[in-house]
Design a protein. Structure first.
Length: 260
């Protein structure tokens, strides 16, 4: 595997933070005995090309700074510790973990028994640990540059008692809308398109409330039946906009599109 330079880093903020001359990674874990940061070359990579043991820990936060990493980098964590389901502990370094503070997530779950931390179908149920690697079939966290030109945008300042709020599903709101350019339908960008804005204004709407837009997955039970989780109530990344609603890309582009 490729080697990279590592510095001590900082315990705050949590997640991956680009600060102009590198990226700081910080992960909280109260019971972990070891944490490894895994870097991937691209979304199609089936295994990491760099695995970095994180040796610095401040209180219960594991941290490292990588001066050679830039926005767009795909990453995940492997966390070691006790496997004791009866006491709520399920550490398994064979399984790649998303950063719970990831600001962007790329890829989808390719469901198989390897995705579980225990041996599916075992007579001991979830008490038997599964040591097969699952990095090939799980989403990856993405380092992003949070800088964004808001172009002078500011809050409209409309009082709550005069507000008219429209609840909408990002995909469903424009997916079949003929007035919206076909390549934008069902995306964040479509919400801000001229036809959508004109329509909402004609209704007298002053604010739009979106159904779940954080990263979610299709449950295995749904996938097995050829279905999808349309509504998005199975979140795996509360700080990352759902990439499948982006028309511009999944390596951080979805964040800029969401803000736009």
């Amino acid at each position: 595997m490729t080697s990279v330079r590592t510095w001590l880093g900082f315990p705050y903020p949590l997640g991956a933070t680009w600060i102009g001359n590198g990226v700081n990674f910080a992960l909280f874990s109260e019971h972990a005995t070891g944490v490894e940061l895994c870097l991937f070359e691209d979304r199609e990579a089936t295994e990491e090309n760099v695995r970095i043991p994180i040796t610095e820990r401040t209180d219960q936060v594991w941290h490292v700074f990588l001066p050679d990493v830039r926005p767009g980098q795909l990453y995940g964590f492997r966390v070691s510790g006790p496997y004791d389901p009866e006491h709520g502990l399920r550490f398994n370094s064979s399984k790649l973990l998303l950063d719970p503070y990831a600001k962007a997530i790329a890829g989808e779950v390719n469901w198989s028994d390897e995705m579980f931390g225990y041996v599916v179908g075992d007579k001991k149920e979830d008490l038997t640990q599964d040591f097969r690697d699952d990095a090939w079939g799980v989403p990856k966290s993405v380092v992003i540059d949070t800088a964004f030109d808001w172009q002078g945008d500011r809050r409209p300042g409309i009082p709550l008692h005069t507000s008219v709020i429209y609840e909408a599903h990002v995909k469903g709101f424009t997916k079949l809308w003929q007035d919206v350019p076909e390549e934008l339908r069902g995306t964040y960008a479509a919400l801000g398109s001229a036809p959508a804005i004109d329509y909402l204004k004609k209704l007298g709407v002053t604010a739009i409330e979106l159904l779940p837009v954080h990263t979610h997955i299709d449950d295995k039970g749904l996938v097995d039946r050829g279905l999808t989780n349309y509504w998005g109530y199975n979140t795996i990344g509360f700080f990352a906009p759902h990439a499948q609603y982006s028309g511009s890309g999944q390596l951080g582009q979805q964040v800029s599109e969401f803000k736009s």
